[in-house]
Design a protein around this ligand. Structure first.
Ligand SMILES: Nc1ncnc2c1ncn2[C@@H]1O[C@H](COP(=O)(O)OP(=O)(O)OP(=O)(O)O)[C@@H](O)[C@H]1O
Ligand SMILES: [Mg+2]
Length: 526
């Protein structure tokens, strides 16, 4: 009977029904009279993690670890969970433990490199990635470089190649090649399949880019790609660039619009459809917002998104004001079933998918924006890329209005969904420790405008039956309600700042630096 539960759990796992899989494992663990296998703890924790039930997943793993302290599957799932939570000090510890057990496993060195990269220990990260690549290919670094060069040059004597670390979280560094007066860039990353990550970026350069002149001018030229032992080496033209900043908004908006109109919708869904995402709203990861918005016209994806959001806020003790605002967002969208108004054939287009400022380079030569890192390209509402760009720079809401929404002609429903996405990107960027003072510059005004647009849409739909007076009254009601709520949030904000000040004043460092402050104050007075 209990063995049947395990079979069921595996079946659900295969079908990606993580909720049901977790339920079967839970029952198995409570009913089984035999010693539970280590793999069961790992699989159970995995289902919980994908369901965002991270606290429970950690309990299950700790229980497993008590029985099997050095089991690779359990340690690997610990690693996946800490990676999901962004606990990089912990992922370093686990990766080291895994390397101790199996020093020649390339994957463990890659994992260690990624953690160092998040912790900004760049030299250590570079070394781990180099070690990983040598184990992965079973050859020296020199021979590896030769193989890559042979992909695009005949005369190896004329090419000079250097390995560099590029702050890689999803890449393992890069090669820079100098060949006469040309320069190329080889991005090194893990290859899983043609649908995701490096495989998807490769297919963008080989299939999508070539069919659109607009994309040609917006992206570096494609040179070569090789997949060796499941590592991808994608070589493109090197862009000599300065970083894109908030001053570049006009160019960036233009680039996003060109991307959106580069490939017709019908062609996108038939020839380059989005991969099968595991729909998870990961704390702090903007990409999960993009995934949900690729299906935002369907009710279940909105429901799943808000359920995950609630769980994240509960598990990470988000401030009451943020939780309250997210409830308001949920009720504006769900009570009015607004997703039904989004029509893929009308609103969806090609999206870059990770349109953050780091992936936009200002090319000094052509004096225009070049967009790199196409591994997340997808199909969804055309304004998502811009919502991601503005929030990647944590642009205040009033600036976004000035630079984008006040100038562009978005329809009411597009505007509402732009604000819906914007709020979620802000939420991801700011995290649980977001000061209340930040809320009133970012999330709060976006939600207020969204509610106003939703009300106007409703009033327009009810149309002729309502007099102008009753429309005005409804708008006034909303304004009063919003003012009351704004007041409440600002009071919370004040309370929070007062608390912070008193903690600071009673801290040791505040007392130690008192003489210095008094000295500076007396100088300023003079
Ligand atoms: N063609 C290029 N020319 C010049 N620099 C480049 C080029 N492609 C990538 N880079 C540099 O390498 C960095 C990482 O590249 P990319 O964003 O493609 O990799 P990634 O694996 O997605 O990195 P991350 O996960 O950190 O976003 C870029 O931010 C940029 O500085
Ligand atoms: Mg990138």
């Amino acid at each position: 009977m209990t063995e049947q539960l395990l079979k069921e759990a595996k079946k659900f796992q295969k079908k990606r029904h993580w909720n049901h899989a977790a339920a079967c494992y839970r029952q198995y663990l409570s009913e089984s009279e035999r010693t539970v296998q280590a793999e069961v703890y790992a699989d159970y924790a995995r289902s919980l993690r994908i369901n965002s039930e991270t606290n429970k997943a950690l309990d299950v793993l700790n229980e497993g670890k008590r029985l099997y302290p050095d089991h690779e599957r359990i340690l690997l799932e610990f690693h996946n969970l800490y990676d999901f939570l962004g606990n990089w000090e912990d992922t370093v510890g686990i990766a080291r433990q895994l390397i101790k057990l199996n020093p020649q496993t390339a994957d463990y060195h890659f994992r260690l490199g990624r953690s160092y990269s998040f912790l900004k220990k760049h030299q250590l990260a570079k070394k781990s990635y180099q070690t990983a690549l040598e184990f992965k290919h079973g050859c020296s670094f020199q021979n590896l470089v030769k193989k890559i060069q042979q992909g695009f040059v005949k005369d190896a004597a004329r090419i000079k190649t250097t390995y560099i670390f590029i702050d890689g979280k999803n890449n393992y560094g890069a090669f820079i090649h100098e060949y006469g007066d040309r320069k190329f860039f080889t991005k090194i990353s893990n290859y899983t399949n043609a649908q995701i990550g490096a495989g998807r970026e490769e297919s963008f350069y080989q299939k999508v880019r070539v069919r659109s002149p607009q994309l040609h001018s917006l992206t570096p030229a494609y040179i070569d790609s090789q997949i060796i032992d499941n590592v991808s080496y994608l070589t493109i033209e090197l862009v000599k660039s300065t970083a894109v900043t908030s001053d570049s908004a006009v160019w960036v908006i233009d680039a996003a619009q060109k991307i959106a109109s580069a490939v017709p919708y019908q062609e996108l869904v038939t020839q380059y459809p989005p991969p099968k995402y595991v729909f998870q709203f990961k704390k702090g990861r903007a990409i999960s917002v993009v995934h949900f918005f690729s299906r935002i016209h369907e009710e279940p994806y909105n429901e799943k998104l808000f359920a995950a959001l609630e769980l994240i806020m509960k598990q990470n003790r988000y401030p009451g004001a943020v939780r309250h605002l997210m409830k308001r967002l949920q009720s504006a969208i769900m009570d009015n079933q607004l997703y039904q108004k989004i029509k893929p054939e009308k609103h969806y287009s090609l999206l870059h998918g990770d349109f953050a400022f780091q992936n936009l380079l200002f090319d000094e030569e052509s004096q225009c924006v070049k967009v790199i890192d196409w591994s997340s390209y997808t199909v969804g509402p055309h304004f998502i890329d811009l919502a991601r760009y503005f929030t990647s720079l944590l642009t205040p809401y009033s600036e976004i209005e000035r630079l984008y929404t006040a100038k562009q002609k978005l329809s009411t429903i597009e505007h509402i969904f732009f604000l819906y996405a914007l709020t979620l990107f802000y939420f991801q960027k700011m995290g649980p420790k977001s000061r209340a003072s930040k809320i009133s510059d970012y999330i709060l005004p976006a939600i207020e405008d969204l509610e106003f647009l939703v009300l106007q849409k409703k009033l327009n739909q009810e149309g002729d039956e309502m007099t102008d007076i009753s429309k005005q009254l409804a708008e006034r009601d909303l304004q009063i309600q919003q003012l009351e709520q704004r007041n409440m949030i600002l009071n919370k904000e004040k309370e929070y700042l007062r608390m912070e000040l008193s903690t600071l004043q009673s801290s040791k460092s505040w007392k130690i630096t008192r003489p210095l402050r008094l000295f500076t104050e007396s100088r300023t007075k003079k």
